[in-house]
Design a protein around this ligand. Sequence first.
Ligand code: PGA
Length: 254
Amino acid sequence: MTPGIRPLVAGNWKMNGNTASLVEIATMDAGFTEALQEKIDMLVCVPATLLFQASQMVMNGNLRTGAQDCHAKASGAHTGDISAAMIYDAGGSAVIVGHSERRADHGEASQAVCEKAAAGLGEGLQTIVCIGETEEERKAGKTLDVLKEQLAGSLPDSWEKGELVVAYEPVWAIGTGLTPTADDVAEAHAFMRAELVNRYTEIGNGIRLLYGGSVKPGNARELMAVANVDGALVGGASLKAADLLGIAAAYLDI
Ligand code: PGA
């Protein structure tokens, strides 16, 4: 937690889910109770194919929807891509950029991630930029160096609209069931906070810093209670409403 920052619990469905899975969105929306709404924001980033329908389903609720990537440009000859403007038009209010799976599968380097982040922010989206070290980098003691470099390269210098959110996701913790210790998370998040304050001055104190990587209902309370952890980015456990709501419930007694 960071005093004064409202936490965000964000789901990332990755390449999972079809129209039948939308029942989970309805259940999440119904389960996002007033008690939870008082404490946190909640978001689910669904596959692009489901964004319009999911957004329509939660239109009157407080659960928000988003996408998992966007192109840096607003439109044009970019077969297979979607733009931030299209995400907004489909009802999304957020986008994830620079996820380690995009960096690895699509060769996206920090410069490309930075351009996507600028596009998301320019469209007024809550833009979640992911960073994190690989297992090799951690073993070599390079975690903070990697975070420094990825923060410097992936974040735009300034933005006028939208909200920049940073997610720390150790690559080795994603989908593996492994998590860093609370002390390791605290160290990484304190480092990121200092880097953000250094670069953006007072704005850096208000940027939400999410932790992601094998967050589950069973470990959420410990991880979310860490200083400078302002929420979670949740993959596998966001596919089922009961699990995502179980993670959110950690905030009822933090
Ligand atoms: P996980 O994924 O929760 O399945 O580890 C997290 C993420 O990749 O955002």
